[in-house]
Design a protein around this ligand. Structure first.
Ligand SMILES: *Cc1c(COP(=O)(O)O)cnc(C)c1O
Length: 473
């Protein structure tokens, strides 16, 4: 340690000094003393570290530290604790299932049910008919089974958990046969080979990236085979000279060799989206009908519900999965269950599901409606006559996101926001810092609001936000 550093360390404020400065500040009201002391320690400790780091990196000009400075920083951090960190935002990106923005917004009944069920006690694990212990899955099992045609249903925390649980139950220390074309990585560090390893399943890759034949699967079968796994490639597509084995053929093979067949559907959709101009994708009902032993998918992708992992399939197999101790560790909580039950109820009438589940509504909304909304928004904004900001409307493309329908662009309309005094990147930052942040799309240096993911009810956030920004510049 050199002399300068030693001198600087001597200037570090004492915790008591900082506390004394804070004594009369109103931020202390309603915060326990232990928390204040903890924050003071943290700030002074960071000052000490900064001095030491400055010496190490030969940093020059590092000044002495003052108690005032520390007190101000502590104030800032205490106030920040009272600001919700998890907040509502306006998704103006046009990516309907945006994982970073919380994926699926919930339908009206799901919201209401979360409040109703969590306000008081519930029969989460209590059978009201028999007056004794019940199971939490009972509340959605019947709905999921009758809508999908499956014999049995289990729900866990998310689809990654569902995949882990199924692999561990059916293939621990045994081989799972998977096509090389399906060894995918989706966002957030979910990689099929790595999840497999953690589950204890032994990966047996077959075929090539672009082509896998039935004989590849057949040749890999051995006494150690525990599972045949088919994975939806979700966020990518191999085009050109490709071949994959249909689920039907795999199910037949599984029956022949008496090995269960699992299909990780990723998104898992109950509605045929081809009727709305999308490429054909097998629905959950079709995958079950094909005789698949276990099917897994997310609750908060195309299903449009809360985060959950849904496992559907044959009774005998799901019984084993249910008994796996890992299931207890991955179990779904009551708020999610309440929201999922309400969402699934909408699927009793598929037309209603498309109309009233926000994700499906956004995906299938006719582009003319989106255009109308873009004009309505611009009309509202122009009424405000915000100096500095002008708006224009153009046609563009939205995306499904969430690893769903990766190559399919969805026609939309966007409002471009032009500022005459600040740069697009500065404007983007200001939008992000609003009380209700607006997460915009930037394309070729222009800020765009995609109306496919902005509901009429959210216009107030956009108008209030832009009013504030226009007032600041
Ligand atoms: C999204 C996805 C998962 C993970 O689902 P989460 O609900 O995000 O845990 C697993 N497999 C596939 C194929 C997926 O697309």
């Amino acid at each position: 340690m050199n002399d300068k550093t030693r001198e600087l360390l001597k200037t570090l404020p004492k915790i008591d000094e900082v506390l004394l400065l804070l004594e009369n500040s109103c931020v202390l009201e309603g915060v326990s003393r232990d928390i204040v002391v903890g924050k003071c320690r943290q700030v002074v400790e960071e000052m000490r570290k900064a001095i030491l780091d400055a010496e190490k990196s030969g940093g020059k000009g590092f000044g002495p530290s003052s108690a005032d400075e520390a007190a101000q920083e502590v104030c800032k951090r205490l106030l920040a604790l009272y600001n919700y960190s998890l907040r509502r935002v306006v998704n103006a990106t046009g990516i309907i299932l945006h994982t970073n923005l919380g994926r699926a917004p919930l339908c009206a009944d799901a919201l209401q049910r979360i409040v109703d069920i969590s306000e008081g006690y519930s029969n989460l694990e209590f059978n009201l008919d028999e007056g004794k212990r019940g199971t939490r899955y009972d509340h959605v099992r019947e709905l999921l089974c009758c809508i999908s045609g499956a014999e049995e249903a289990i729900i866990v925390n998310n689809n990654a958990a569902a995949v882990l649980l199924v692999l561990n139950t059916l293939s621990e220390n045994k081989e799972s046969i998977v096509s090389r074309g399906e060894l995918i990585e989706i966002g957030g560090a979910f990689r099929i080979p790595e999840v497999m390893e953690k589950s204890g399943a032994i990966l047996r890759e077959v075929g090539t990236t672009n082509r896998t034949h039935l004989s590849d699967y057949e040749d890999a079968v051995c006494p150690d085979t525990g599972l045949i796994l088919k994975v939806h490639t979700s966020n990518f597509k191999v085009l050109g000279f490709t071949d994959e084995i249909g689920l039907g053929e795999l199910v037949e093979l599984g029956k022949r060799i008496k090995v269960p067949v699992m299909n990780d559907l990723g998104s898992g959709c109950f509605v045929s989206l081809d009727a709305y101009g999308f490429e054909r994708e097998p629905t959950v009902q079709e995958v079950i009908k094909a005789g698949t032993d276990v099917v897994t998918f997310s609750g908060d992708k195309l299903l449009g519900g809360p985060q959950a992992g849904i496992i559907l399939g044959k009774k005998t197999i799901l019984e084993k999965i249910r008994k796996n101790p890992l299931n207890r560790a991955l179990r779904i909580d009551k708020l999610t269950l309440a929201a999922l039950e309400a969402t699934m109820m909408y699927y009793l009438d598929l037309d209603r599901a498309v109309r009233d589940i926000p994700v499906l509504r956004s995906l299938t909304e006719p582009v003319a409606e989106v255009e109308k909304r873009a004009h309505n928004l611009v009309a509202l904004l122009e009424q405000l006559s915000l100096k500095d900001l002008t708006f224009s409307i153009t046609g563009d493309m939205s995306m499904a996101g969430g690893g769903s329908l990766p190559t399919q662009e969805i026609p939309t309309f966007v409002v471009a926001v032009h500022s005459h005094s600040i740069s697009p990147s500065k404007l983007e930052r200001k939008l992000r810092k609003l009380q209700v942040p607006i997460i915009a799309r930037i394309y070729e240096d222009t800020i765009l609001f995609d109306l496919r993911t902005i509901a009429e009810e959210e216009f107030v956030f956009v108008t209030d936000g832009l009013k504030q920004i226009a007032g600041e510049v």
